[in-house]
Design a protein around this ligand. Structure first.
Ligand code: ZN
Length: 313
């Protein structure tokens, strides 16, 4: 009995000793990881720089060669888009559209007559598509898109934010001078589908005035920020003689998908008369643009302005 008890006691001690050894070893490993900052163990250091996951490639229109540039800012991996319901002040960078489908503020119970006035695509356009860029003009970006478009023999429509236009008037004129089109993306870049008709009208009108003064041409199309629409908004635009244009393809480029994903999203959905939504200011979009144009042209699509796309309407 005594012998057995002694053996059990020994076994207990041995187990406890083993556990203590395992614990000590784990503690040592933890100390080494912390001391090395986690780097040598493949762990991210807190406060590390965002990972630059790609560089920007731009087609140089002069010699038609690819030029690799350092992005003006690195792209943090996995950064969440910033949903914002706040009205953007004129000097601030506007937030991109957030909705796959344009957001309706008012759900009409009757037939959606006003809905039919919104241009989303134009299947009767033949083998043509329209690329559109929202949220410019932007000094570091607009000219880059223009160079790519010119080098590829493509045209696009730039929906510019009125409040950003006066200080970038040269860029607005450069859009037109290169055969592209300027559209109105509101003055304030706010949720205009949620405000009364007179407020929408004042906003669209202010932006139109500024843009027409800069370009010397009438502005024909209005794109509501965030795709926020309402019967009042469509009526306000109509009363000012502009058509409300949304889109039929949205690769959500503002969420920083890989350039290939942007291209594939569009190519999987494109058809005659598609209107493609892109945004200024995103490195991935700039990288995707020449690839996207190549693919569309390989499929026989002509890339045109909205006026050209809708000319047969
Ligand atoms: Zn926008």
């Amino acid at each position: 009995m005594g012998k057995q008890s002694k053996a059990n006691e020994c076994q207990g001690w041995l187990k406890a000793l083993l556990k203590a050894e395992q614990f000590t070893f784990a503690l040592l490993v933890l100390i080494v990881i912390l001391a090395s900052g986690g780097e040598s163990w493949g762990l991210p250091r807190s406060g590390a720089e965002p990972i630059k996951n790609y560089q920007v490639s731009v087609v140089n229109a002069d010699n038609n060669k690819m030029v690799v540039e350092e992005p003006s800012k690195s792209v943090p991996v996995g950064e969440a888009p910033k949903p914002s319901g706040e009205i953007t002040k004129p000097e601030e960078t506007p937030e991109p559209e957030e909705t796959e489908q344009p957001e309706e503020t008012t759900k009409p119970s009757g037939p959606k007559v006003w809905h039919k006035k919104i241009i989303r695509q134009f299947p009767g356009a033949g083998h043509k598509v329209a690329i559109t860029f929202d949220d410019g003009p932007r000094p570091e970006w607009t000219e880059r898109y223009l160079r790519v478009l010119e080098a590829k023999g493509a045209r696009a429509t730039f929906f510019v934010v009125g409040a950003q236009a006066p200080k970038n008037a040269d860029l607005v004129r450069a859009i037109l001078a290169s055969g592209n089109e300027v559209g109105n993306h509101s003055w304030s870049h706010s949720f205009l589908g949620k405000v009364p008709e007179d407020v929408v009208r004042a906003d669209i009108s202010k932006s139109m005035e500024v843009l027409e003064k800069i370009t010397g041409q009438p502005i024909k199309y209005f794109r509501p920020p965030y795709g926020s629409i309402s019967p009042q908004l469509v009526a306000a635009a109509e009363s000012l003689g502009v058509k409300t244009v949304t889109w039929s393809i949205d690769p959500r480029d503002w969420a920083k998908p890989l350039p290939e994903k942007i291209v594939n999203h569009v190519m999987n959905r494109v058809q005659n008369g598609s209107i493609i939504l892109l945004h200024e200011g995103h490195p991935g979009t700039l990288v995707a643009l020449p690839l996207l144009i190549n693919k569309l042209q390989e499929k026989g699509y002509e890339l045109v302005t909205l006026s050209e796309l809708l000319s047969g309407q």
